[in-house]
Design a protein around this ligand. Sequence first.
Ligand code: SF4
Length: 377
Amino acid sequence: MKFVDEFRDTEKAKTLTKEIHRLAKKLENKQGINQSRPLQIMEFCGGHTHTIFRYGIEQMLPDNIEMVHGPGCPVCVLPMGRVDDCVTLAERPEVIFTTFGDAMRVPGSKKSLLQAKADGADIRMTYSPMDALNLARTNPDREVIFFGLGFETTMPSTALTVLQAEREGINNFSLFCNHITTVPTIKAVLDSPDMQLDGFLAPGHVAMVIGERPFDFIAKDYHKPLVITGFEPLDILHSMWMLLKQINEDRSEVENQYTRIVPTEGNTPALEAISKVFEVREFFEWRGLGSIDHSGVRMKKEYTAYDAEQKFSVPNLKIADPKSCQCGEVVKGVIKPWDCKIFGTKCNPENPMGALMVSSEGACAAYYNNGYEKKIA
Ligand code: SF4
């Protein structure tokens, strides 16, 4: 297949759905499979959550399969304290603060970046860190800070931008680094006592950078099957079929459905750029999941001049989410978004109380935007 429409083909989707139902039926009679609950398959990535809801994939699946929406939306798991740090940096008079658009509305303890912009802070949305570097070139009297956010997918572009700034000797550019890592987070999810997962759809764009091997421990140590998955509806259905086949055959392996993009060993130049600029933090705070060891990166000492956390002071305070927010339980898949007491009422996309309602990749926004508000109790 070459064109995106081919990955949305209705007839192929019907064929795959039929096969998924056949394998799920086989599982009902299989010894050792827990009959008291549905199979729980986690899609780690918010991009997959978005596709699942946009194309109604959950409704196409058999009743004995339940999708659990994981924490893989970087905007959704950004803790309030880090948003407050962004606002503090952005409100400095000499600063132009740059960010991707989806971070603008994430609530901080007092205000979001959008509210800070309305209050007069010079905050600009950019499409890439290179746009921010260009602002630094054209505004030599200002300090331009880029809000680096995302998993290994976006790390290479920020690393390469820092290297470019260094090459050009641009010294009014810095990075507020909030990049997070996938594998320690999946491990934390697997170690969580309230999780009962039977398999994973792993993020194809992360694997495009890090390759297949970092996921091996999930199959070897936790005996869970995992399929690296693309982002079109047929990708998701194909991967579900591959997972069910593994479960039926008592296999726990790392399989790659997204071979058209993901090389087994990952992307070497991207990995080199990451390891040149970043090092693993001892721990990083996640909204809803708390502190997870080695789940984020910071800039190496050699790049202190480009590190906004070193160049400017940030409060770095830990701020608890509002009591009514149940984002943490949703992120861990313990409850569904509509189970949150304020889903669709006090918390909606127009007025998000929690981060999962902000990004289109957040589980709560996906439920709300796709008509699940009718399920409000
Ligand atoms: S409805 Fe709002 S507060 Fe509740 S879990 Fe979702 S985003 Fe968080």
